[in-house]
Write a protein that binds this ligand. Sequence first.
Ligand SMILES: NC(=O)c1ccc[n+]([C@@H]2O[C@H](COP(=O)([O-])OP(=O)(O)OC[C@H]3O[C@@H](n4cnc5c(N)ncnc54)[C@H](OP(=O)(O)O)[C@@H]3O)[C@@H](O)[C@H]2O)c1
Length: 350
Amino acid sequence: MSFAPAIIPKSKAEEPEGYRTTSDQVMNNLPESASVKGKVFIVTGTNAGLGEESARVLAAYGATVVMASRNEKAANESKKRIIARHPKASLKWIFLDLSDLDSVREFAKQFKALGLPLNGLICNAGIMASPYGTTKQGFEMQFGVNHLAHFLLIQLLIDDLIKAGPGSRVICVSSKGHRFAGIRYDDIGFDGGKKYDAFEGYGQSKTANILCAKAFNEIYSKQGVECFSIHPGMVATELSKSMSPESRETMLKGNIPNPFIRTFVKGAMMIQPYIKPLVGTLKPSWMKSSEEGAATQIYAATSPDLNGKGGAYLEDCQIYRPLTDEANDATGENAKRLYALSEKLVAQYK
Ligand SMILES: NC(=O)c1ccc[n+]([C@@H]2O[C@H](COP(=O)([O-])OP(=O)(O)OC[C@H]3O[C@@H](n4cnc5c(N)ncnc54)[C@H](OP(=O)(O)O)[C@@H]3O)[C@@H](O)[C@H]2O)c1
């Protein structure tokens, strides 16, 4: 599959409103009545990137954040970085490996044992265009990690969100990459990998994130839980680490036609993990920082502007129409179909 160029602003003048909004600005703009002080949020994938930034900003403004990730050492380092900036941050960590539905169940059990309320669940963790692989239960990896495990997590925690009362939110972090593919209802696993394409796998999982938010919203908004999906923008994070070298090359070709600049960016990506502690993240100016990227999920998780608008898809802290008819789902039938399929697939692991 060819990688369609990302839709990115070519100059500052083309940047849509909200493109450069940061997560701190979102929090500063919240009215007192919507403050996160004393509220509890779960964020998945908090060891790095948008997840760590989401955990940081929520904790900075007084929320307790349960950080859900699969690497304890990285989680401790992430916690340390947040506490260095916000010494009073209230952070807890619970192990969660989204490639194993048993781990999802265990996570929910451990969260419930804490006896905390739950005001928001940000399903952020994800992998992109990874080589073919399967989860512990045999599901194609991108669909399994990005969608199915989060689907089960939402199901297991929905009662806690309902209990926390109206205003509770679920955020499914999708991507503009949802345009790469819809849901392969009759062959969700790409014929055991024989028909696998890494970008189609990503597209399928990110379409699922949008439909998942719509489906849960349809059922649970009446009980006070509104669900949104978002695209954070093109953000300089470690997301490409899960890609094969071929997929990385395809993605770079789609975004950076100039071969010299492409070689430079590739080199910068390779040395990034080593130089980040010294010089911070290297990025071209059109890319968002983590603070700008996390702004949309933080806005979706907290802003009263969105009350009653559950089911919507957001970019740049604004509601947008998803890029495909399937994800836009004008009739609601696609969300229902995805919900029914996901329900069937996770049923034996609840
Ligand atoms: N960056 C972008 O430009 C961009 C654009 C569109 C959408 N997004 C979406 O934004 C979300 C966050 O990505 P990011 O850019 O912040 O990437 P990132 O820096 O790579 O962070 C992804 C996080 O997900 C975690 N994760 C991956 N597999 C997991 C598993 N099996 N169990 C538990 N955690 C797992 C990673 O943990 P480990 O460290 O243990 O691997 C990491 O903490 C993703 O859903 C991605 O699709 C990002």
